[in-house]
Design a protein around this ligand. Structure first.
Ligand SMILES: Nc1ncnc2c1ncn2[C@@H]1O[C@H](COP(=O)(O)OP(=O)(O)OP(=O)(O)O)[C@@H](O)[C@H]1O
Ligand SMILES: [Mg+2]
Length: 319
């Protein structure tokens, strides 16, 4: 037995450490219901090794050793910055490049299915709750592209996470790890705001891609989100901010240029070439089409292809 004191309300918990599942990093206090980091003497952090790492030759600043499946979270607490547009067109573009891709929607809005013109009968909720076997929860939506849909039912997962005393933050990862080996990339779209599902995504992915809208984003809002990521990194240092993707670039607006200059000075080659403002990107979802299907020659399609070249480290893709 060990004694753990809640840092929020100081309630003392006497617990049998053998009953705490491995890899757990957070606990929930029975008194105040707040979460706090769990440190069990003698226990080694193991989340990062949930999937065996293999050496992968990669370009740029990427670490030399990555798990076989790349797990990329697309996240930013600010709404409407292009997270879902980026998740869908990143995943679809990688699939066109011949990679096997699983797109996971962790947003109750369920927009990823809509953008791909898919109406799956289940998705992430059914996978996590085991209501459907993985082969039915995951649906193939294009060649090389599979979808784990989000939507309103995700509220049930949030409740499930809230009820867990330990390891609520690992809920989504535990459902994804057994199936991810079938894919080269898992791309995870997140909701705006900061909810238990986003925290779960940050405990699953290794790489983060942050779309920042040059139209609406303030340096302050961006900084706030970085602080939230830093708080998670204290418990899970394996999650890394890899890509900052400026979106809604309007060549006529000087302001966007200033914010972009700031990003480039502060974050160097993490900053990707911007996605320009392109009305074709906003029209494509109504047809259930990706930008490559709807307007393959548009600036939006060109910009997302450039992003895919950077992320794969394959400069000759699509040429
Ligand atoms: N580069 C762009 N140019 C023009 N319109 C865009 C661009 N990127 C996204 N849009 C449009 O902007 C709107 C918001 O984009 P999107 O839904 O991808 O943002 P989001 O960050 O996922 O939003 P939320 O936070 O609500 O989930 C959508 O209507 C989308 O079609
Ligand atoms: Mg979205």
């Amino acid at each position: 037995m060990i004694t753990i004191i809640c840092p929020h309300c100081q309630k003392q918990h006497n617990i049998d450490e053998k009953k705490i599942p491995p890899n757990v990093r957070m606990a929930r206090c029975h008194g105040c219901r707040q979460q706090f980091p769990l440190e069990i003497p003698g226990r080694v952090a193991e989340v990062a090794t949930a999937v065996p790492a293999v050496a992968t030759p990669v370009a740029g600043s990427q670490p030399a050793t990555l798990p076989k499946t790349r797990r990329i979270g697309v996240s930013l607490s600010k709404g409407g910055v292009g997270k879902t547009t980026t998740s869908v067109n990143l995943a679809a573009g990688l699939a066109l490049a011949g990679k096997k891709v699983l797109l996971v929607d962790t947003d109750t809005q369920g927009q990823a299915s809509f953008m791909l013109g898919a109406k799956p009968k289940g998705g992430l909720t059914e996978l996590v709750s085991e209501e459907l076997p993985p082969a039915e929860a995951v649906v193939q939506v294009r060649r090389n592209l599979w979808l784990l849909a989000g939507g309103k039912s995700l509220a049930g997962i949030k409740r499930l996470i809230d009820r867990k005393d330990y390891g609520g933050e690992l809920t989504i990862g535990q459902a994804l790890v057994p199936i991810e080996k079938d894919y080269d990339y898992v791309v995870v779209d997140t909701s705006p705001g900061w909810d238990p599902l986003t925290v779960n995504v940050l405990f699953y992915v290794y790489e983060l891609l942050l779309p920042v809208s040059l139209e609406v984003m303030s340096i302050q809002g961006f900084g706030e989100f970085l602080k939230s990521i830093a708080a998670i990194q204290k418990f899970r240092p394996e999650v890394e901010l890899r890509y900052i993707l400026p979106t809604f670039r309007d060549m006529r607006v000087k302001k966007g240029g200033e914010f972009l200059d700031y990003l480039e000075k502060a974050y160097g080659d993490k900053v990707c070439d911007p996605i320009r403002y392109n009305v074709r990107l906003s029209e494509a979802p109504a047809y259930g089409q990706t930008i490559y299907e709807f307007a393959p020659g548009s600036p939006g399609a060109q910009d997302y292809r450039t992003l895919i070249r950077k992320i794969t480290g394959e400069p000759d893709l699509f040429k």
